[in-house]
Design a protein around this ligand. Structure first.
Ligand code: ATP
Ligand code: MG
Length: 217
């Protein structure tokens, strides 16, 4: 069987009648920051998730022209950030896949790996949720996972947007208000670039990794 991640590979294998809830948090994570971590943790508790797996993207169709940090480094930063939380882990399945990254392929791969009693909860910022209807096979995504849309500072999901989402596919969406952490990876990259401190805006281990490698400088 293929490996999804170290900590949660055999999820659901015990009692087949016991439901296991797996949160899935996709992103570029260039770098991972407290906004990602806090929203995953709050979604975990709010929805009783047993585990959350962070899945850094490989080649993204929407970000093809943008310069993105080497996948192995983005993976390593996620690994460092997840290490201290036994409910978190990171998976390289999108990085290892050839070609462009599509969420539906990731969910299919997870579905093929885990038994049916493992239910998927795809966690995403409300801003990213708006573009989900444009994703390839969005109806299939809706079949494979519940969606948790977390609010994020600066991105308010209007009723119109929610209606648009509902009209496009049979999405099972829960909206979750999380603490407003006004951080983004782009902000962290920019701050490092101009010599500002990003300490406490990501985990200390990730902070140290970025500085030691001279990333974003
Ligand atoms: P960039 O600035 O490069 O776009 P980002 O901070 O948006 O990076 P991504 O890796 O693009 O990070 O985001 C991954 C997921 O995390 C997306 O679903 C996004 O909406 C969500 N997210 C990012 N920042 C926050 C935040 N501060 N609070 C809640 N969710 C967030
Ligand atoms: Mg983003």
């Amino acid at each position: 069987m293929s490996i999804i991640c170290e900590r949660f590979d055999s999820l659901g294998l015990g009692d087949p009648s016991a439901t296991v809830r797996l949160g899935i948090m996709g992103g570029t994570f260039d770098p991972i920051h407290i906004g990602h971590l806090a929203c995953a943790e709050q979604a975990r508790v709010a929805h009783g998730l047993d585990a959350v797996v962070f899945i850094p993207t490989g080649v993204q169709p929407f970000k093809r022209d943008k310069k993105v940090t080497d996948a192995a480094m983005r993976f390593e930063m996620c690994r460092l950030a997840c290490a201290s939380n036994p409910h978190f882990d990171v998976s390289s399945i999108e990085i290892d896949r050839e070609g462009e990254t599509y969420t539906v392929d990731t969910l299919r791969q997870l579905r093929a790996h885990y038994p049916d009693n493992v239910h998927f909860y795809f966690i995403t910022g409300a801003d990213a949720m708006l573009s989900i209807v444009k994703w390839r096979d969005s109806a299939l995504i809706a079949d494979l996972a519940h969606l948790i849309a977390v609010t994020r500072p600066g991105y308010v999901m209007t009723d119109e947007a929610k209606e648009e989402l509902a009209a496009h596919a049979d999405f099972d969406v829960s909206y979750l208000e999380t603490t407003a952490l006004s951080v983004s990876s782009s902000m962290l990259r920019e701050w490092v670039g101009c010599g500002k401190s990003i300490r406490y805006l990501t985990s200390l281990a990730v902070h140290d990794y970025i500085l030691a490698r001279g990333l974003y400088a």
